[in-house]
Design a protein around this ligand. Structure first.
Ligand code: NAD
Length: 341
């Protein structure tokens, strides 16, 4: 299954041009596999994978997973990441989001059944809704509103998990389910309104940092390289590993603390701007990763400051490329470059 064995997979990454997909495609190519990236570019960006197009082991296919997928493709592994992940994007067309979750899962599971591929579902901590248990273990069934503004995503992902579990039981497809908690890092979209990208881009462009609510709600942030390692380990795990596995960083912090860290790392003097908390915004989010630790030997390695620093560096470079003659004043504060590792 790895370089060491001399055996390489043909891996389909649905949603491969998005934030997590871009890092996953790179890692799979580095590990020697052939990668087919399938995306409808709804929230992903061709730019995220443009550098990979020269690699003969990389193929990019434009396709919306709500449409049937031809069985001409013969992947040996499939990662299903194809769904917008930020509320701003998944609420823009809730019906398409729900269909991406459910019809997308169905079409990819059918492809897995025909090709004999193992298939991993990128599920989410949002299946727990606004939890009454913290941290959330996989056994927690969740507290989800089925008719709220986030329901297309939360319920879509819950239904996709059910489809995966039933294809495992009734169609003998080898399925894995990762419940991903807040992840951040390079290739995040600049405009998706997610906490980390929002704060960093605001800081680098010397705008006030927006905080929803009073900032006391918590988030647990996982750096994308750690997450990708967890996804690969889960995909490679034996058939005896059944059921969903939480992947996230249990290092819980308040939104205000995360904002303060961004302010320190960028050197911005911008102030905080408090706005009302969006409807159904979870107040607490922290994974219980006992299963990932014991069954996959996995835990996050990149600490919050190191991950935020790498993400600041990525966005600073990106903003420089977009606006070469007007480098934002927040980009290179005194001492900032020296601290980059
Ligand atoms: P993203 O929006 O950056 O990436 C999603 C990718 O899927 C994009 O490239 C988009 O164009 C593509 N896509 C969307 N709908 C599609 C469709 N119908 N057909 C084909 N392609 C489609 O999001 P991300 O942060 O990279 O998330 C990837 C996956 O991980 C998602 O399924 C998301 O639900 C899950 N997840 C992410 C996080 C996180 O913190 N980033 C947390 C939990 C779960």
């Amino acid at each position: 299954m790895s370089d060491a064995d001399g055996f390489h997979e043909c891996v389909l990454v649905a949603g491969g041009a998005g934030f997590i997909g871009a890092s996953l495609c790179r890692r799979l190519l580095r590990d020697g596999h052939a990668v087919i990236c399938m995306d409808n570019f709804l929230t992903g960006d061709r730019e995220n994978v443009a550098q990979l197009l020269d690699n003969p082991r990389f193929t990019l296919i434009g396709h919306d997973v709500i449409e049937p997928i031809g069985f001409g493709l013969r992947p040996t592994q499939i990662y299903n990441l194809a769904c917008p992940a930020s509320p701003r994007h998944y609420q823009a067309d809730p019906i398409h989001t729900l269909r991406s979750c459910v019809d997308g899962a169905y079409n990819l599971l059918e492809l897995a059944r025909h090709s004999g591929a193992r298939i991993l579902q990128a599920s989410t901590s949002e299946v727990y809704g606004d939890p009454s248990v913290n941290p959330q273990p996989e056994a927690y069934r969740g507290n989800v509103n089925m008719v709220g503004p986030r329901s297309c995503y939360d319920e879509g992902k819950r239904c996709a998990e059910t489809l995966f579990a039933d294809y495992g039981k009734c169609r003998q497809v080898k399925v894995k389910i990762a419940r991903i908690f807040n992840t951040y890092g390079p290739y995040m979209s600049q405009q998706d309104g997610r906490l980390v990208s929002n704060l960093i881009v605001q800081a680098l462009t010397d705008r006030n940092l927006t905080i929803y609510g009073d900032g006391s709600q918590t988030r647990s942030l996982c750096y994308v390289d750690d997450l990708v390692e967890g996804l690969i380990r889960l995909m490679g795990s034996g058939d005896e590993l059944d059921g969903p596995v939480n992947l996230g960083n249990p290092d819980e912090a308040t939104v205000l603390d995360i904002a303060k860290a961004v302010r320190r790392l960028t050197g911005t003097r911008a102030s905080f701007e408090f706005r009302p908390l969006p409807v159904d915004d979870p107040l607490q989010r922290c994974p219980d990763i006992t299963r990932a630790r014991t069954l996959l030997g996995w835990q996050p390695r990149v600490d919050r400051d190191a991950g935020l620093r790498r993400t600041v560096e990525y966005f600073a470079e990106r903003l420089r490329r977009v606006r070469p003659n007007s480098a934002p004043s927040g980009i290179a504060p005194a001492g900032y470059k020296a601290s980059l590792g």
